[in-house]
Write a protein that binds this ligand. Sequence first.
Ligand SMILES: [Zn+2]
Length: 163
Amino acid sequence: MLSRPNLYSLDICHNVDKTVIDMQLFGAQVTTGLLPQTLSILQTHAPTVLLTECDNDLNVPFIQEVVDTEIGHLFEHLIIDFLCQNEPETIRESRIYSGLTEWNWHIHPRGKFTITIWIGEKESKRLHAAVMYSSQIVQKILDSETLNLIPPAYTKTVGAVSV
Ligand SMILES: [Zn+2]
């Protein structure tokens, strides 16, 4: 179990042919919709993730989808992109990595995602490296939330002018 206090926890389970990651976000933000720094953070720190293929409801490229998508879905794409970008020298045939993110907040707590990556336990070290990398990027994005807040003292001061 990996965790960043107050932000999220990750529970990773390896199988022969796939890895299942349970992600639980603890904060208010569970999508990128209210985190407007998301695209610029990715352009700076993880530009290749924006080119990954995405099968989404709106049928839009990931660079558009990422502006308002679930954090777990972004996490999945970051893992897939890391695996593509960090192929071992011995693997040089064009390998395709794929993943799936599922959630059902009628059954599970809000902010819970189940992310399946089709990479087996033999490659658990690579998967862990991908998870560490993806965690750092997601933390930057979640941390950016504080940059977007208007200090409450300011809005109160504006209201007080007419008193
Ligand atoms: Zn996708």
